[in-house]
Design a protein around this ligand. Sequence first.
Ligand code: SF4
Ligand code: SF4
Length: 98
Amino acid sequence: MNKAREDKFTQARSALCKGEAGRTGDWRSVRPRIDHAKCIPSKNRRPSCFICWLYCPEGVVKRSIPVEIDLDYCKGCGICAEECPGKAIEMVEEHEEA
Ligand code: SF4
Ligand code: SF4
């Protein structure tokens, strides 16, 4: 076995857990909206990209086609929109129609 791997402190051991901070209350001011016409997996009909899933600190993005976001737990931080290479995610005001 690799010497570095014997040290339990050298590897991340945490696992992503959805909604660790609990359900989002009514304080969220903006939420993500995905344009599936621009979203890479939807366009290519192939599991690819999923950068939003990788970066979401709440673990509420589902790696599916189409990509889904659990808005019950999404905190509206906007990291997914910032990191999306396809510019497929727009942060919209909470009161806007879905
Ligand atoms: S990062 Fe953007 S393009 Fe990539 S899967 Fe997510 S929404 Fe789609
Ligand atoms: S806005 Fe933040 S919490 Fe919501 S899906 Fe995007 S990265 Fe996750």
